[in-house]
Ligand binder design. Sequence first.
Ligand code: 5GP
Length: 209
Amino acid sequence: MSDVQKIYISYNNIHKLCQKIANEILERNERPDIIIGISGGGLIPARIIRTFLKQQGQKNIPIQAIGLSLYEDMGLEDGVEKIGKEVIRTQWLDFGALSEHFDSLIGKKILIVDEVDDTRTTLHYAISELQKEVKEQQVKLNRLDEETAFSIFVLHNKDKPKRAELPKDLMESGHYLVGETVPDEWLCYPWEADDIEEHTRLAKLQGND
Ligand code: 5GP
């Protein structure tokens, strides 16, 4: 018998977490200019939070998807074989669409969205690469004095030691936004459920509705 605890999360629960974080963002007057969803788990929360960030008379916030996958690889660390985790890009920003409709990422408020911060490897990779991307554009366009503001939103942060860090200024300035901090258990999201009725029933039983 497996002793892995499972936490079931319903669509309603996800909807409400997105609404809560959107309200916090709007209260701080920090509506993003663009949302970047990490595919696949970040895409549904990205779309939902956009709804709650919409304000009358304002255009919908554009969403771009980036695809990142985590692979385990064996490597040597101090002569000892260890399993490491490597992030592979499967999809990246659409610069054509960005420059056509949106100028560039320089000077913008950018909200990165994913479903779960587990070891933090994926989020670390995403923000480092996006920051690098912006810096390169700034150098190319000679716009070095403009400030680009990154925020991160995850539905769940697992309370556990992390393998990677996020920028200190982002963490300390309240730009790491968490729907809910959860224990280090396996989270079952509704988009993975074979039987959504049973999944939702279990989520309700656990109070995640
Ligand atoms: P990381 O370890 O880089 O923070 O997370 C990598 C990815 O592993 C997440 O984006 C997510 O797709 C997957 N993952 C980690 N923990 C869970 C979990 O509890 N449930 C599900 N469904 N996916 C998870």
